[in-house]
Design a protein around this ligand. Structure first.
Ligand code: 1QQ
Length: 381
């Protein structure tokens, strides 16, 4: 055999090893343009940070993770086309996203049909994981968080009656409203007045004047962050000083960019706090600040944890190279994961099934309550 041929044969014998060390392609459909980027940006950052950290330590069983990121713009039509692209063109093993529950109801059925895991890190509306057995989330539902938030608000501000305002054309804000309504009834709080608005509305003066007349002790707001911030500002300009009680939409520094300390005394529940002093949360904060020169929020922390949760599942399976089989193997491995991350102890919980369909998995995680002081959220003690 000639020298060149020998080298060629030696190279061929290495090929199976090279093939073994292939990248594991993981999709991320996030809102990376338009107003929803305030949530999607931190989600992408958290995922990139976690992916790079896992790869720097050698990847998963010798394979590197390759994150394929696509912008779904916070719109459901875009989410549908991005899901199709990631699943059928990019052939990802699984995908994360989309950013809003509103988009998930349109896009998640595509992943379920393709027997591909779709893992949400920010969808908190009711019914998301009833879409199908391939839908997972580590975002804690409004139904799990709001009762704790409302209980804390009653204690903190001696609340007896509240007014409610919510967006009536978004799945998340509507779902949050339903949960608030039931929670307030359960906790025997009177609702003085209920007001609604539509996406893109800028002036809430009419609704807020009626709320003012009804003289509530606090205002419950099931809103995305920009509307929430403007509602808070306009409440103050009407001379009202009531504290706000918010849901998952409040978990953004954008709230304070707009409302500043007019948002003081707002209560919000979340599994994550920058004050959580565990080693992994401290590492997350240090790495995030160093890389992005900004403060992370709950969405970044949940995205960071989600990559690690997926990695734990991946470690337990042998990837065969048959995409359809590997997608199912990952789906079967995920529910077993127990993980302690930046957002604390995490496990999956089988979601309630609806309409006789098999369901996916929700997050089993404790919520803690934060209060806004001086333009940021701190733990309510
Ligand atoms: C949802 C939410 C939003 C606040 C995510 C950014 O919780 O749409 O479910």
């Amino acid at each position: 055999m000639s020298q060149q041929l020998k080298i060629f044969v030696a190279f061929l014998s290495l090929c199976p090893l090279l093939a073994q060390a292939a990248d594991i392609r993981i999709g991320l459909a996030a809102a990376l343009s338009g107003p929803t980027i305030k949530y999607g940006g931190p989600i992408r950052n958290g995922m990139v940070l976690a992916t790079d950290s896992i790869n720097a330590k050698g990847g998963i069983n010798g394979n590197k993770l390759a994150l394929v990121v696509a912008d779904e713009q916070g719109k459901k039509e875009e989410a549908v086309s991005v899901f199709n692209k990631l699943i059928y063109q990019d052939k990802v093993l699984m995908l994360f996203g989309p950013t809003l529950s509103n988009s998930a109801f349109a896009a998640d059925p595509i992943a379920n049909l393709a027997k591909t895991v779709v893992f949400a890190t920010s969808n908190t509306a009711d019914g998301i994981t009833a879409i199908g057995p391939y839908t997972f989330r580590n975002s804690v539902t409004e139904a799990d968080v709001l009762p704790t938030t409302v209980r804390a608000a009653i204690k903190q501000f001696q609340i007896k009656k509240v007014a409610i305002i919510y967006g009536n054309d978004d799945v998340f804000t509507k779902s949050g409203y339903d949960v608030f309504k039931n929670t307030l009834a359960d906790q025997r709080i009177l609702v003085t007045n209920t007001e609604t608005y539509g996406k893109g509305e800028l002036s809430f003066k009419a609704q807020l004047s009626r709320i003012k007349d009804s003289a509530p002790d606090a205002i419950v707001c099931s809103c995305l962050t920009e509307e929430a911030a403007n509602i808070i500002l306009q409440t103050r300009s009407l001379g009202m000083r009531q504290p706000f009680i918010g849901g998952n939409g409040f978990n953004s520094s954008k709230l304070f960019d707009i409302a500043k300390d007019a948002a003081d005394n707002t209560l919000m529940g979340s599994p994550w706090s920058a004050e959580n002093a565990t080693a992994i949360n401290k590492q997350f904060l240090t790495d995030y600040r160093a890389r992005y020169k900004s403060e992370p929020d709950q969405f970044a922390a949940q995205a960071y944890d989600a990559i690690h949760i997926m990695a734990e599942a991946l470690k337990t399976i042998h990837l065969s190279g048959d995409l359809a089989k590997d997608r199912i193997a990952l789906r079967d491995a995920l529910p077993q994961v127990r993980y302690e991350g930046a957002t604390g102890k995490f496990a999956f919980r089988k979601a309630t099934a609806r309409d006789g369909k098999e369901s996916g998995y929700d997050a089993q995680q404790e919520a803690i309550v934060n209060i806004a002081k001086g333009g940021k959220f701190i733990l309510l003690k």
